[in-house]
Structure formats: C-alpha cells, structure tokens
Write a protein that binds this ligand. Structure first.
Ligand code: 13P
Ligand code: SF4
Length: 337
C-alpha cells in the first residue's frame, strides 16, 4: 500500500483549479485509512481497480491498479484474470468491461455517472436510423450504452477512430453519436484524399464542445512556443489549430515525448493533474474544465462499492445485448490492429 509520503510526492504538484496544491502531506495522511481499507478489500475479493485519466488524483495515485484512456482500459478489462473489476469512470466504460469479460463481476462505483454523448442516443434511435440508412455501416463511438453498441457494426475510440474509419471497406458510414468527432472524421478523410459518404448524428460532449478556436490563438499569442493538444471531441475549428489531436493517453504520451516545455490542453482537468504530477518541470497553460460525471467518483464510493455493492453498482446485461455488443467491440479490435 502507498505511504502518505509517497502519495504526497505524487500529488504535491497538482494545482488544478487553484494556484495552490490542496494535497498537503497531512491531507494525504488523512486519506490513508480509506485507501488501506480499499486495499484490504481488493486482496480479499481478488479485485482490481481501473481508473480513467479524468478521475480524481487520489484515486489515480492512491488505489488504481491501471489508469488510461477508454481503449487502453478496455483491453486491460478484456484480459484481466481478477474476479472483480471496479471501474472508476462513467457507466459506458464499466459496461464495456462487462461485455469484454462477461465472467467477471464488474462494479461501477458511480452508477449515475452518465455522459452527455452516451445519454444522447438510444438503441431505438439506432434501429430507426438503420431503417433510413440501410446501406451504411453503423460506427459508434465507445461513449455509448451497451444497448446502442448492440445495434451497431463497429465501435471506435478517440485513439483509433481515424484508422478504423479509413479501413472499413464500405464507403458509406453512419457515425454516432458525436457530431463534432464526425465532422473531424469528414475533414480527416478529405485531407487524406479518401472518398467516403459519412453521415453524423447530432450529439456532443458538453465539456469539449465549449472550447473555442480563439482561445488557441490567445494562448499562442501570450505563450509563444506552447504546444496545443486537443481531444477529437472538440469542434473542427479547434482541431484545425492543434499541434496534436488524440486520446487522453495519446496526449500524455505526446507530452512525454515532446521536447517543448509548455503545453495547452483542450480536455478535461483530470489529465492536466496527471501531467502536472508526472512532469513537474513542464508548464501547462490555460484553464481546463471538469466533467461532472467523472468527478462523481470518490475513494468513498469505491470503498462502499467493494464493501457492499448495491444492485445499481453491479453491471448486468441481457444475453442478447451482451452478444451483439461484443461483436461490435470485436470489430473494433479487428480494424484497430
Ligand atoms: P479517451 O478515450 O480519450 O480517454 O476519452 C474518453 C472521454 O470520455 C473523453 O471525453
Ligand atoms: Fe462524456 Fe464528455 Fe464527460 Fe467524456 S468528458 S465522459 S465525453 S461528458
């Protein structure tokens, strides 16, 4: 188990939302009883904790066995030999873990943690759209419910979306639910000289849709030499001004490899926290924004879920949804390879 000193070492440079770090050594020590109990329960139940890059740093550095983006964590869940997988993220990621490794108990400490993309489309909507676009391959972003995946042909994540769309044999694609990511796909295909008819659904991520191209211009003016890193859920005007476009783990890897020392990140604050911790010598300019759904996760709700999971914490799927959604995810691994 981590010590107060080691946890403080990891958290002491995180200053998201304040010029001061709130993780003093005493604050870290106060977290230890909860962390110790979680570790005990993990050992008793042969459980692992997966945590998305956006959740609170005391989860990422205090109790998580694996951290990452949605693609990386899906692979960890698929290959896990633990009996119990606790997924600290949002509902669709925990559902994806269950689809990929149905023999395991998958626990969601944050059962009401929606996502504006996943909540913006239902399986009934997809069935209706399939009737309207019978010749299109239906491609869904991973930010969808299991029931929606079950009605689609191929799943994608932010780390493989362009590669998969390029490789799908059909030149007619219906992409859902992220309209902005869909517009970025269309621009990417055009720039690559690939001719495909891509129809997009009208959902958005409420965090990423807010970023404006003017903010990038302002940062470039005020902090010359700053690298601009953007998530593909941002609007095309923002993506067009980026130095790097990719998933949350893609951004992390990009900062690690970059020789620059100043970065502007257009994505959720959790990632800025990780970067401040991992690269204390580098500067992260501008302000980030938070995803309220990801921030519902806490050490306390992880502990409660492991100790005494309620019905809503345990992911269960019908056999039909399970089998059909698995096919959609398997197509992702096939095209992403
Ligand atoms: P990543 O797969 O890039 O981590 O993105 C997930 C997400 O929800 C971004 O808002
Ligand atoms: Fe969904 Fe946006 Fe939150 Fe990611 S940041 S989980 S896309 S609402």
């Amino acid at each position: 188990m981590i010590t107060a000193e080691a946890l403080h070492e990891k958290l002491k440079d995180i200053q998201v939302g304040s010029p001061l770090c709130r993780f003093t050594e005493d604050a870290c020590r106060d977290l230890l009883p909860t962390i110790a109990r979680i570790e005990e329960l993990k050992a008793e139940r042969n459980a692992i904790i997966l945590a998305h890059n956006y959740v609170a740093p005391q989860i990422l550095y205090g109790v998580a066995d694996h951290t990452g983006d949605s693609f990386g964590l899906s692979k960890v869940a698929r290959d896990s030999r633990a009996d119990v997988i606790v997924f600290a993220a949002v509902r669709f990621m925990a559902e994806t873990a269950k689809i990929l490794n149905p023999g395991k108990t998958v626990l969601d400490p944050n059962p009401d943690g929606g996502c504006s993309l996943a909540d913006g489309i239902t399986a009934t909507d997809v069935v209706r759209l399939r009737g309207q676009y019978p010749d299109h391959t239906f491609v869904c972003y991973i930010n969808t419910t299991a029931a929606v995946k079950a009605q689609c042909d191929v799943c994608v994540t932010s780390s493989n979306v362009y590669r998969i769309i390029e490789r799908i044999e059909n030149d007619k694609i219906y992409f859902l639910p992220d309209r902005l990511m869909g517009e970025n796909i269309i621009n990417h295909l055009r720039a690559s000289g690939i001719d495909k008819d891509v129809v997009v659904y009208d959902g958005t991520c409420y965090v990423h849709e807010e970023y404006q191209p003017e903010s990038v211009d302002q940062v470039r003016r005020n902090f010359p030499g700053t690298e601009v890193l953007v998530h593909p859920e941002c609007q095309p005007g923002v993506v067009a001004k980026a130095d790097y476009v990719g998933s949350t783990t893609g951004m992390l890897d990009h900062v690690r490899a970059s020789e620059r020392d100043s970065f502007f990140l257009l994505t959720e604050c959790g990632l800025t926290g990780i970067l401040q911790s991992e690269f204390p010598g580098k500067k992260f300019v501008g302000s980030c924004t938070t995803c309220r759904y990801m921030k519902f996760n806490s050490l306390e709700n992880i502990l409660n879920t492991l100790e005494n999971p309620g019905k809503k914490n345990i992911i269960t799927l019908s056999a039909e949804v399970q089998a059909r959604a698995l096919r959609c995810l398997e197509q992702m691994f096939h095209y992403a390879a």
